[in-house]
Design a protein around this ligand. Structure first.
Ligand SMILES: C[S@@+](CC[C@H](N)C(=O)[O-])C[C@H]1O[C@@H](n2cnc3c(N)ncnc32)[C@H](O)[C@@H]1O
Length: 398
């Protein structure tokens, strides 16, 4: 349940809790994400003001986009008067500026819903007691790596808190948590260490970024963190061909470099959290999913001839979406029609764009000439062939 809980009424939250209580099996897992506190505490009054403005002063006939623009404009003018509110909460202006950069469609469903209720973790736990589920862990992989998120002092402070739930509440203050993504389980039971290690060794993963694009620098709440070349180098080398491998196979492949299973497990969490690695489904699941992902991908690619609305395709290997931009989708379409060379893919795409009087934009400037557009598309197609295509093949998208 992604992006639902904070945007509905108490009555509808109760409907969800009742549904979970009666339908979720014992051992079943609930994924839920929601806006939380203290991260939203300073901006919540501003969001309230803007929705009030949209309701009171925005004319119904003006449409949601006009109402949003009017409300944002009003908020900026208010801040320009240097009110005590923004002096007490100096980051509010920054957040408003960041909001301005989003599309109005996004802002409409993110901020201008009737309901918008950031909730403390502890309040969430009270709600979900009714569903008979217990908190398992954060679904955000990087949350599990303390050194990225917490100073040594904060780690010690948290370790001294005996109650796991209260520890989460306190941790939210340390990172000024704004959005939580959590797993809750009905009838959670913990694996013993041996079973856990076996399960981890059997977990298959796939590298979804070109090896050369994986940075060993990571931006965490505590600042920039450097990942160890001695550990990550051999792991990334073993995964560089984008063939799925189990963590056990990775352990064997990196043994002579002195990489331990514990290091592999942590690297798998970090790389997955950073978006470079994905979990791989069982072969039978991949095969069963392939006809369906082919079908939806063909549909999305067909749509992308006329718009860049959906820049994702589905992978049967991971069971998830992969970022593939409009031009890349059209290159794939060209390949599907038997065109073999990047220059041909570029010509195929230029033909589609040209029919709609569309032109490429580079560095903020529109490319006017046919040759210029073709040259830019050819460069993109050549890069696509080398960097992206091997990944999309491994993901059974291409
Ligand atoms: C922040 S958006 C998230 C959209 C999507 N789930 C996602 O994660 O991208 C919140 C969504 O909740 C929907 N919503 C709010 N109240 C609802 C209701 N009573 N019934 C169905 N949808 C509702 C809104 O239309 C909005 O799209």
């Amino acid at each position: 349940m992604h992006g639902i809980w904070s945007w509905i009424s108490d009555t509808n939250r109760q409907v969800i809790v009742d549904f979970l209580r009666s339908k979720l099996k014992v051992g079943g897992v609930l994924y839920i994400s929601y806006n939380t506190l203290p991260g939203w505490a300073t901006f919540a009054p501003m969001r309230h003001l803007m929705t009030e403005h949209a309701q009171v002063l925005g004319s119904e006939g003006g449409g949601i986009v006009n109402r949003i623009n009017g409300a944002m404009d009003f908020a900026e003018k208010l801040l320009a008067t240097n009110p005590a509110y923004s002096r007490a909460n100096p980051l509010v202006g920054d957040r408003l500026t960041k909001m301005q950069a989003h599309s109005r469609d996004y802002l409409a469903h993110e901020y201008f819903n009737r309901d918008w209720h950031p909730m403390h973790f502890a309040t969430m736990a009270e709600w979900l007691e009714g569903a008979k589920v217990q908190f398992a862990c954060s679904a955000n992989y990087l949350d599990h790596i303390d050194v990225i998120n917490l100073s040594p002092e904060q780690q010690i402070f948290l370790k001294d808190i005996p109650d796991a739930m209260f520890r989460e509440t306190t941790r939210d203050f340390m990172v000024n948590q704004q959005f939580r993504k959590d797993y809750w389980v009905k009838g959670a039971r913990q694996l013993n260490t041996l079973d856990q290690t076996d399960a981890m060794r059997a977990q298959k993963v796939i590298l979804t970024s070109p090896r050369a694009d994986v940075s060993l620098k990571l931006q965490g709440a505590v600042g920039e963190v450097s990942l160890s070349e001695g550990v990550y180098g051999p792991i990334l080398d073993a995964l560089a061909s984008h063939q799925p491998m189990t963590l056990g196979q990775l352990e064997q492949a990196t043994q002579d470099k002195g990489v331990s299973l514990a290091q592999i497990m942590q690297a798998a969490m970090v790389l997955t959290g950073a978006g470079h690695l994905a979990l791989v489904q069982a072969d039978a699941v991949v095969q069963a999913a392939k006809p369906k992902t082919d079908k939806i991908n063909a549909h999305i690619m067909h749509k992308s001839r006329g718009s860049n609305e959906v820049s994702y395709l589905a992978s049967p290997v991971t069971g998830g979406g992969v970022t593939v931009n409009r031009f890349q989708q059209l290159f794939l379409m060209a390949m599907g029609q038997g065109l073999k060379e990047p220059a041909q893919w570029a010509a195929f795409v230029w033909d589609i764009l040209n029919q709609q009087s569309q032109k490429l934009v580079k560095g903020g400037e529109t490319i006017e000439s046919d040759e210029g557009n073709l040259a830019e598309l050819s460069a993109q197609a050549a890069e696509f062939q080398v960097k992206v295509l091997p990944v999309l093949k491994a993901l059974h998208i291409a």
